[in-house]
Design a protein around this ligand. Structure first.
Ligand code: DX5
Ligand code: ZN
Length: 216
């Protein structure tokens, strides 16, 4: 099943509740929450306390994307804040297998994200433990960037590995996904689409979410 995960990074932060609810009304499957620390990526957003407050407004799964150095320091905080899927970057956690085990031990879903320059082979040893793999289709840090089309090879490769091993892992893509390329990216093999500026940058957030859902 194809899913849309609107990224609130491009939302109006003074109106988060109403903007998130518009995406829910438009059929959003997950809510994508980008946590940035100014170290791993050149931008700072929000942390667990903000997510905990947002948790009250909807039951939609919270898809938390941690772009922070040594995320193992904060796993428990994000679980307690209400994350349903917690995704860490391969590049940020030296003992990645242990970090994933910790996430799973709390009974939530675990994801790993790969920067554009990080090959799929770096996570082959943990595939059996993962619920989702996030292929970055831009360099992480900001919304509104253009998709890196070269990520096609990575997504198709990952898709064939998952099929070959008969694993149940979602393939998420994040960065530069727009109405004019989402079908193409779906054909690469992704099934969860993060959309930030494409949805929150539009005039009518609910209608735009519906358009993304319809096209899939
Ligand atoms: C970028 C974030 C994305 C971002 C995507 O580092 O991980 O989730 O919000 O924004 P768009 O869809 O505008 O590229
Ligand atoms: Zn993201």
């Amino acid at each position: 099943m194809y899913k849309i995960s609107p990224s609130i990074l491009s939302a109006d932060f003074s109106n988060l509740e109403s903007e998130i609810m518009k995406t829910v009304e438009g059929g959003a499957d997950y809510i994508h929450l980008d946590v940035m620390d100014g170290i791993f990526v050149p931008n700072i957003t929000f942390g667990a306390p903000v997510i905990k407050k947002l948790r009250k407004i909807t039951d939609k799964p919270f898809d938390v994307h941690l772009m922070i150095d040594r995320p193992e320091r904060f796993i428990k905080d994000f679980v307690e804040a209400g994350a349903d899927i917690l995704t860490v970057h391969q590049e940020t956690s030296i003992h990645l297998h242990r970090t994933i085990q910790e996430i799973k031990s709390y009974g939530i879903k675990a994801g790993v994200s790969l920067n554009p320059s990080t090959p799929v082979e770096t996570i082959e040893h943990i595939l059996g433990n993962l619920d989702m793999i996030l292929i970055m289709t831009v360099n992480p840090g900001f919304g509104g960037q253009s998709i890196i089309k070269e990520m096609k090879n990575k997504v198709t490769k990952l898709k064939s590995i998952i099929e070959e091993k008969n694993l149940d892992i979602e393939i998420q893509v994040d960065g530069g996904i727009k109405l004019d390329n989402i079908e193409e990216v779906r054909n690469w093999g992704a099934n969860v689409f993060v959309v930030g500026s494409g949805i929150f940058g539009s005039e009518d957030i609910k209608l735009e979410t519906i358009k993304y859902k319809k096209i899939l």
